[in-house]
Design a protein around this ligand. Structure first.
Ligand SMILES: Nc1nc2c(c(=O)[nH]1)N=C([C@H](O)[C@@H](O)CO)CN2
Length: 118
């Protein structure tokens, strides 16, 4: 299966279990790998035969602006289900990272993989 990837998409979202995290949006970094339903674009050279990664970024930014979660796990699951549905993708891997949230720890995060990689 062919894959498109987007690494290091940064945006603010309300995420976290602590009181202060419920008030102030914080930057998360999202990494995506998305299975493409068909390799048609490799031969046709047409954007409408594949998943437009610019549209994926738009959708992701919309989700991060509108949805609020306590846990990174719940946010990653929501993104996975939303993008698979929106782009008819058979498989997705979603990583969500918080930057500098813990003392002397550079990055913490979760990764979920959903669907079937053919
Ligand atoms: N497995 C997880 N552990 C923790 C999370 C999380 O989302 N998944 N979140 C927090 C706090 O919100 C964190 O941002 C501050 O320490 C703690 N642990």
């Amino acid at each position: 299966m062919d894959i498109i990837f987007l690494h290091g998409v940064r945006a603010k979202t309300l995420i976290g279990v602590y009181e202060w995290e419920r008030i102030a949006p914080q930057v998360v970094e999202v990494d995506l790998e998305i299975g493409i339903p068909s390799p048609r674009a490799c031969y046709s050279d047409q954007l409408n035969d594949t998943i437009d990664y610019a549209k994926v970024v738009d959708r992701l930014r919309h989700v991060l602006a509108e949805q609020h979660f306590l846990l990174l796990e719940a946010l990653a699951e929501y993104i996975a289900q939303d993008l698979m549905r929106e782009f008819a993708a058979p498989w997705i891997k979603v990583g969500v990272t918080k930057l500098g949230i813990l003392h002397e720890v550079g990055r913490v995060g979760v990764q979920v993989e959903r669907g079937h990689r053919g």
